[in-house]
Design a protein around this ligand. Structure first.
Ligand code: URA
Length: 232
């Protein structure tokens, strides 16, 4: 919500008061004086008028989790353990996932209480690269590279996937970079060649890379640079 709207919604100020407070340099948003009302107030923002704190602001929280296979990417589930069960954090009900992984997929999962941030992570228009390690039942042929680069037609959604990069690492193992996140996308892409994916692991999303020493089930807070990389 805009700062002027936030202030004039409070019972103690009318619109004229708000104009005066702003013009007088008496309003601070996250510690900075704002003289016009266009600043954005979020649940994480601190808003002060003179020495009075009108909103203290909730701490924004951002985590990377090494999701193990067999744990569901949801905040609650009747049958399976969820990724939130792996976090020892207060107020877990305020957290949500910035993107999901299938039940048997492992790797990088981002978890936050900042909805604006997670929308940026998952916004299709941003075409953030997502890198996966893929293990398959059958050998991976060189011909897949061109087909994935051209895009595959998904009849159910009536769309062609964005060009994806495949790097063959071994006869049954490849690194795949996608710029979108369609339902079961990796499995369906390999399924085009009747090649079953038997292991799938997400290594990175945008500039955020899963730590090599973060074991399955472990998590850590993101750094300020990692958080900012999504908004940049
Ligand atoms: N593609 C899949 O098929 N599964 C995932 O979990 C992620 C991408």
């Amino acid at each position: 919500m805009r700062l002027d709207r936030f202030l004039s919604n409070l019972p103690q100020f009318n619109r004229q008061d708000v104009r005066h407070l702003l013009a007088g340099g008496r309003v601070r948003l996250d510690g900075c004086v704002h003289r016009d009302g266009r600043g954005e107030v979020r649940i994480f923002s601190r808003v002060e008028v003179d020495d009075q704190v009108l909103q203290a602001g909730k701490p924004a929280r951002y985590f990377m989790l090494h999701k193990p296979p067999g744990v569901v990417s949801a905040t609650e589930h009747p049958a399976h353990r969820t990724v939130l069960d792996l976090l020892s954090e207060p107020d877990k009900q305020e957290l949500h996932l910035a993107g999901r992984l299938d039940l048997n997929t492992s790797g990088l999962l981002l978890i936050t209480n900042d909805g604006q941030w997670s929308r940026q992570v998952t916004a299709p228009a941003r075409k953030q690269p997502k890198v996966y390690l893929v293990d398959t039942e059958q050998p991976i042929e060189a011909a897949y590279i061109e087909v994935f680069a051209q895009g595959l037609y998904f009849a159910f959604e009536d769309l062609t996937t964005l060009p994806a990069q495949l790097e063959i690492l071994a006869s049954h193992r490849a690194r795949l970079t996608l710029y979108e996140g369609r339902y079961h996308q990796v499995k369906r892409m390999f399924g085009h060649f009747q090649n079953k994916v038997i292991g799938l692991h997400r290594v990175s999303m945008g500039a955020i890379r899963l730590d090599a020493d973060l074991l399955p089930g472990q998590y850590r807070a993101l750094t300020a640079d990692e958080i900012a990389s999504v908004l940049g």
